[in-house]
Design a protein around this ligand. Structure first.
Ligand SMILES: Cc1ncc(COP(=O)(O)O)c(C=O)c1O
Length: 432
């Protein structure tokens, strides 16, 4: 599909009806395993000498269409579908820091990621370093240590829509022979292509705008194919394994077996196969259906978001707004540099009232749903400190720039005027 443009790939990429009984819609292959047919074929399949399916924990034709479509949209060589965005992050970071080491990141991350990095990774021998001032790019350079294995950032952060200068961060990563891993969940491949700007691995929570209807939990890992895993820092890609033997029984490494797709190959054959957070074919199908309208949904959501931001600027119940298209935003120039189509539909604002009034605001909205998701077709509201970032203590909240009065909105596909009227009446109730 290389010659086609984004909107063509998003509905047709990775799929040829001729290979699937001429089915126009991608079929759901609801099967645990596949009939191998003859004994010799099993060995051809496991030695990767023949392409095909064995068992749905390794790969499944419905999931493959999604993987190939996302890889094409992002300009990667391969992708792996997993059961959630958290699985995508976890598998990528564990694979890159296998055997121990450090991950360098920022304070601008989804709350679940923050807590996992703090609580769990050190127990697996992986230490986490964080940049305090994400707008000082030199901090990344200074914080890299001998055993740092990757830099990990969100392209548009949860919840404040903070934007990173990805090209500069990628350059620093590559000067130090380490990959840049980017969580591109908020942006989606429609708004931003991290690989084009130097990212080596891209991860998604497909639960959000990628699928867009709040009806599925899923994740995707995309391998750019650009990183040199044979640079001496990553023996897990150069060591030979019995399970990667060729048809003649010669053991191979991930680089031998998968060439430039070594990272995706390792994720599939080690992490997906043995840790098992597999994406179900039914969920892959739901994500594929959602993906068909990605551009159209995101465009309308951005247009709605801009109208709501414009209204909030005039609302006395609002003390600040964190959305990078606003002239005073410190991220405005990065937004202009990287996001020509807009910054998506999730942002935060400060509520001018006490904690009791925050509850009143949340309890007074009628159209906005109070739930901890984003990128849904419906508009959502949360009090960030208690929900999506409820794992963060006071100091972490301060470093993440999430004060107590923070309200996060994810704007959906409803009529913008109805949404504005809903917020107006909720503000009046809360501030009465
Ligand atoms: C930026 C970001 N990455 C990853 C995740 C985790 O995704 P999932 O809920 O699909 O595991 C979230 C969830 O809210 C998120 O906001």
């Amino acid at each position: 599909m290389g010659e086609y443009k984004f909107d063509t790939i998003k509905v047709r990429g990775g799929y040829n009806p001729k290979d699937h009984n001429d089915s126009v819609s991608v079929p759901i292959y609801a099967t645990a395993s596949f009939e191998v047919g003859e004994a010799e074929r099993f060995e051809r399949l496991t030695s990767l000498s023949e392409e095909g399916y064995i068992y749905s924990r390794l790969s499944n034709p419905t999931v493959s269409v999604l993987e190939n479509r996302i890889a094409a949209l992002d300009g990667g060589v391969a992708a792996v579908g997993v059961a959630s965005g958290m699985a995508a992050i976890t598998y990528s970071l564990l694979a890159v820091a296998e055997g121990g080491g450090r991950i360098l990141t920022t304070h601008q991350l989804y709350g679940g990621t923050v807590d996992a990095l703090k609580k769990l990774y050190p127990k697996f021998g992986i230490k986490i370093d964080k940049i305090d001032n994400d707008s000082d790019i030199q901090e990344f350079r200074k914080a890299i240590k001998e055993d740092t294995k990757a830099i990990f950032i969100e392209s548009i952060s949860n919840p404040n829509a903070v934007i990173s200068d990805i090209e500069k961060i990628a350059k620093i990563a590559h000067e130090n022979d380490i990959p840049l891993i980017v969580d591109n969940t908020f942006a989606t491949p429609y708004l931003f292509n991290p690989i084009k700007h130097g990212a080596d691995i891209v991860v998604y929570s497909a639960t959000k705008a990628l699928s867009g209807h709040g009806n599925v939990i899923g994740g995707i890992i995309v391998d750019s194919g650009n990183f040199n895993w044979a640079n001496g820092k990553y023996p897990q890609f150069t060591e030979s394994y019995f399970t990667l033997k060729d048809l003649n029984g010669n053991e191979r490494s991930y680089i031998d077996a998968f060439k430039e797709g070594a990272f995706a190959g390792k994720i599939r054959l080690d992490y997906l196969t043995y840790f098992g957070a597999v994406l179900s074919p039914f969920d892959a199908y739901l994500i594929l259906i959602g993906l068909e309208t990605l551009s159209e949904r995101v465009q309308k959501q951005i247009s709605n978001t801009q109208k709501i931001v414009n209204y909030l600027k005039t609302e006395e119940g609002v003390s600040w707004i964190s959305y990078p298209t606003i002239e005073t935003s410190p991220y405005k120039s990065l937004a202009d540099k990287y996001f020509s189509k807009g910054i998506g539909s999730t942002f935060t604002f400060g509520f001018n009232g006490n904690s009791e009034q925050i509850y009143k605001l949340i309890n007074s909205v009628k159209l906005f749903s109070y739930q901890a998701n984003v990128g849904d077709a419906r508009s959502l509201i949360v009090n960030t400190v208690k929900t999506t970032h409820g794992e963060l203590n006071e100091e972490q909240l301060k470093l993440a720039k999430i004060p107590q009065e923070t309200i996060r909105l994810s704007i959906g596909l409803e009529d913008a005027e109805d949404l504005i009227n809903d917020l107006k009446q909720a503000f009046r109730e809360a501030l009465r």
